[in-house]
Design a protein around this ligand. Structure first.
Ligand SMILES: *Cc1c(COP(=O)(O)O)cnc(C)c1O
Ligand SMILES: [Zn+2]
Length: 418
């Protein structure tokens, strides 16, 4: 058993750098800045090696020195270490030499990258001795907290906008949490949850546990580095809701560099949003630091956060890395869900359509170069947002159960192929 406890130093304000003890708190009392987990990198550098990581089980805990948990992980042993797929068919289509899909659409147990953050949040909630976990969700978080919370034996309160995709509601309900469908959009659900979190002693994974929860996203970045053979890509395209995933991928690259497991960072970070909810992209394009909240109206519900908590930090990552951002229409999102399916055999949810469609635009505009290595973050599974494709797919060939009928259909099929 390894002692990782003291590798985590404190919570630290992102703005004024004041330090706080490791407790379920998330805001600086002095400047209201968000708190973040700080590590003892000098010590981590001495104990964390490539070889050590490579011999560990293929789950997100293989990077445990850079995660804020104490002791041996006992849950989420199948979460993380999703495939990094070389996407040669799609690469030819877009015109990029070296293209990869980081495929969290197959992340366990609930088929989105939220399983990473929830794994860390629940481990922390247990350490803090909470019996109830809760969240404000755009869909995938609801699914993941419902499932992982069931396995870990927590009482669960899950708050969602009532207009969420039906398949995500069913996918959450099957684990029998207390599902609260709120008449309002995500930002209203989130505001309500902040009030509830003040009153009830629950672990709200993305409110009072947020500094710990958000660290789980770093494993998406650590894995990309390891799977590329301990290097960073030239470009990475990341879908943004609150902006947390993107800022944490950047943190993961920096940490790998600080502790000497990679030899520098050469990555430009690109943000992707739906035009119907693009407050972060608007700020990037206008080159301003202030995020102007919007009312979301997009098929990409998992990214529909109009007032993104980490929006400012996301724009800073783009600036610092020399990247950019793009937003895409609902039509482009649907087209790109289908494009990824027919070229790479991967069925992603609407957020994945956002990522791919934005990447194509960025390539056309010259921000992503043809002879570069590029990673697209595909963060969720298409089975969860099938409604989005209703009326937008081919139809089956409907036949009678006899050979004649089949062969008539075959003629049509070969006719259409020309
Ligand atoms: C939550 C989510 C994101 C992005 O989340 P952030 O709030 O920006 O960290 C991306 N893709 C999917 C599928 C999600 O559910
Ligand atoms: Zn502060």
């Amino acid at each position: 058993m390894e002692d990782t406890m003291s590798l985590v130093k404190a919570l630290k304000c992102r703005e004024c750098e004041r330090e706080y003890p490791l407790e379920p708190i998330y805001v600086c009392e002095f400047c209201f800045g968000p708190l973040e987990v700080a590590y003892d990198y000098d010590r981590i550098k001495k104990t964390m090696t490539r070889e050590k990581i490579e011999t560990r089980p293929q789950n997100l805990w293989r990077y445990r020195e850079l995660l804020p948990i104490e002791g041996e992980p006992s849950d989420a042993l199948y979460t993380g270490f999703t495939p990094l797929i070389k996407a040669d068919n799609l690469a030819r289509f877009i015109g990029i030499k070296e293209l990869y899909i980081k495929d969290d659409s197959v992340s366990h147990p609930t088929l989105s990258f939220k399983d990473r953050v929830v794994a860390v949040a629940l481990a922390k909630a247990r350490e803090f001795k909470f019996n109830t976990v809760a969240c404000a969700s755009t869909g995938n978080l609801a699914h993941s907290v419902s499932a992982q919370g069931a396995k870990a034996g927590f009482k669960r309160f899950i708050f969602i906008p009532a207009t969420l995709e039906y398949s995500k509601i069913i996918a959450s309900l099957v684990y029998e949490p207390n599902l609260i469908a709120v008449d309002g959009n995500y930002d209203e659900v989130n505001r309500l949850c902040s009030e509830v979190a003040n009153k009830y002693k629950w672990a709200f994974v993305n409110i009072n546990i947020r500094p710990f929860y958000a660290e789980g996203s770093k494993t998406h970045g650590f894995e990309i580095i390891e799977q590329l053979g301990w290097r960073t890509p030239d470009n990475i395209v990341v879908p943004c809701a609150s902006g947390s995933l993107m800022t944490k991928i950047w943190k993961s690259f920096k940490e790998m560099n600080i502790i000497g497991l990679i030899d520098g960072i050469k990555t430009k970070v690109f943000a992707a949003q739906a035009t119907g909810c693009s407050p972060i992209i608007t700020a990037i394009k206008k080159d301003i630091d202030v995020i102007k909240p919007v009312k979301p109206d997009t098929v990409a519900k998992s990214l529909a956060i109009g007032n993104p908590a980490d929006g400012f930090y996301a724009t800073q990552v783009v600036k610092e890395s020399g990247g950019f951002g793009e937003d895409v229409s609902d039509t482009e999102i649907i087209e790109c869900i289908k494009l990824l399916a027919r070229t790479e055999g991967i069925f992603t949810e609407t957020a994945g359509g956002v990522t791919l469609a934005s990447a194509i635009k960025l390539k056309k505009q010259g921000y992503i170069k043809e002879d570069s290595s590029t990673v697209l973050c595909i963060t969720g599974n298409g089975l969860k947002t099938q409604e989005a494709l209703h009326g937008h797919t081919m139809q089956p060939y409907h036949i009678k159960p006899n050979l004649l009928s089949f062969e008539e259909a075959l003629k049509k099929i070969e006719g259409t192929k020309g």
